[in-house]
Write a protein of this length. Structure first.
Length: 219
């Protein structure tokens, strides 16, 4: 937890540790190649499991990230924005694009991600430089505006419980001894919001408390 620092979503640090433990206990210290076995690991979701299977082991599985979804929406569906994500729909759309040959499928997975990240960008797509411009359904349709459902807008970070949680975690990372609630009070003026942040961190296992105070989990 201390080494994770401000990388965001600190629960991922716990999940990474737990997944490593599970790999040792269930798979003899070797990362499993089977997709279902990967999905059974703590903190390994559909994207990560398929990315490991496809890129580390060369298997034919669709891998979809934000950039991939944008390319699929524009080049295949002919719309300027992918709209809210749908795991089932997005994986099926990518599955239809993949060649049957696993090595070629691996390349297409990676190339689609890279195309979305560098050329088919969200705000300023460089369509004249796109290697698949001639096949792009959105371009052929004259770049119609997207009129479907929109993704939910994320709440502001400033003043949110997420910000307070991050401030508490910062104090715990900097300390090498338990910190009392009294010592945490200067972190945030709103005592009720600070209390919610502390309770949430305890519930999530991101910190532990005992009579001496609060600290990062040992393991």
């Amino acid at each position: 937890m201390r080494a994770w620092d401000r990388l965001g979503y600190p629960r991922r640090a716990l999940w990474l540790h737990r997944a490593a433990t599970e790999i040792v206990e269930r798979h003899g210290g070797e990362v499993p190649r089977d997709l279902d076995a990967l999905l059974a690991l703590q903190g390994i979701g559909p994207y990560t499991a398929r990315a490991i299977a496809a890129f580390a082991f060369g298997q034919r599985h669709p891998v979809v990230d934000t950039n991939t979804r944008r390319v699929l929406a524009r080049a295949v569906a002919g719309q300027g924005d992918p709209g809210p994500p749908s795991t089932i729909r997005d994986l099926a759309a990518m599955e239809d694009l993949l060649p049957d040959d696993p090595p070629s499928a691996r390349i297409v997975n990676a190339a689609t991600m890279e195309l979305g990240a560098t050329v088919c960008t969200a705000r300023a797509p460089r369509c004249d430089e796109c290697p698949i411009a001639a096949a792009c359904a959105w371009r052929r349709a004259g770049y119609p505006p997207y009129e479907g459902p929109r993704r939910a807008v994320q709440a502001r970070f400033a003043g949110s419980d997420r910000q307070v949680r991050g401030l508490v975690m910062r104090e715990l990372r900097a300390a090498h001894r338990p910190i009392t609630r009294f010592e945490l009070e200067p972190v945030w003026d709103d005592a009720a919001q600070l209390g919610r942040a502390i309770e949430g961190l305890l519930t999530d296992g991101l910190m532990v408390g005992d009579p001496s105070g609060y600290r990062l989990p040992d393991r």
